[in-house]
Write a protein that binds this ligand. Structure first.
Ligand code: MN
Length: 285
């Protein structure tokens, strides 16, 4: 079985979004820094409320999905459909913007640590204008499995096999067949997993350092960098210096044109102009 190699490193850059939330952006920092169908990955991590207190007040999206996964802190999601979602440590929210959603994500704390990730996954052209959908995923809905040799894995979307046992995450049935897992390894620990051949895949290291690839050609990936994997069937990842934590994401690529304007991601310039006009005229949602 061919082992995927670490093909490209996308170093995260410090930036801010929303009303002034400090974050590190790896995917999505430029148009070339994408891994089809993944458009963007932001990590937010701060103990200083000045970095997050302004939050993400009301704003629109069209044409893709956003996934927020919290490690620490408390945010409240509210949207035009009337959903209210409490984002708590270990929980996630999966929001399909489809033709349009208007939402806010605001911190529910004035001090302490805020830490987590927001991922944007593109929708195929045929689904960009479907009705918006929101799902709150409580921490206890995310299965946790111990890894042979130490460490653990949480499965948010898709499924993996650990010691012959299938572990399925709460999010299933996406047309991109997205896999979203969070892996914790002890020092020297190793993680191996089969990932659908033909699916795009990348790793985001958020603690420690990793070695990725076949045993005869491991390549290093440092914390806060995204590593894009080559084609192949199997992923092999080791923690090289102390314990490590990383996200592994994989999905079926769409192979469609991507035209982005801020929170709107469509296939053509005309569709973007339509989204801007719809939002301006209160017809987005
Ligand atoms: Mn948003």
């Amino acid at each position: 079985m061919s082992v995927r190699r670490l093909q490209q490193i996308i170093r995260s850059v410090a930036t801010s979004d929303g009303a002034g939330v400090s974050l590190r952006r790896s995917l999505g920092q430029s148009q070339s820094a994408r891994v089809d169908p993944f458009l963007m990955l932001d990590e937010f991590f701060s103990d200083n409320p000045d970095d997050y207190i302004a939050g993400f007040p009301s704003h629109p999206h069209r044409g893709f999905e956003t996934v927020t996964y919290m490690l620490d802190g408390h945010m409240l999601h509210e949207d035009h459909l009337g959903n209210r979602g409490d984002l708590l440590p270990g929980g996630a929210q999966w929001m399909t913007a489809g033709r349009g959603i208007i939402h806010s994500e605001m911190p529910q704390q004035e001090s302490g640590r805020m830490r987590g990730f927001q991922l944007w996954i593109n929708l195929p052209a045929a689904e960009k204008m479907k009705p918006a959908h929101y799902r709150d995923i409580r921490p206890e809905e995310i299965p946790l499995a111990d890894l042979p040799g130490g460490g653990e894995v949480r499965v948010i979307a898709g499924g993996i096999v650990v010691e012959g046992r299938e572990i399925a995450g709460p999010v299933q049935g996406l047309s991109t067949e997205a896999l979203y897992i969070d892996v914790h390894l002890p020092a020297g620990g190793h993680f191996a997993q089969t990932v659908a051949a033909g699916h795009s895949a990348f790793v985001y290291a958020y603690e420690g350092s990793l070695a990725i690839g076949p045993a005869d050609e491991p390549r290093p990936l440092s914390a806060q960098d995204a590593g894009v994997l080559s084609a192949g069937e199997r992923v092999e990842i080791s923690a090289t210096a102390g314990p490590a934590r990383f996200l592994l994401l994989a999905a079926r690529p769409l192979g469609e044109p991507v035209v982005q304007h801020g929170p709107f991601v469509m296939n053509t310039r005309e569709e973007i102009e339509q989204a801007i006009a719809d939002y301006r005229n209160d017809r987005l949602v």
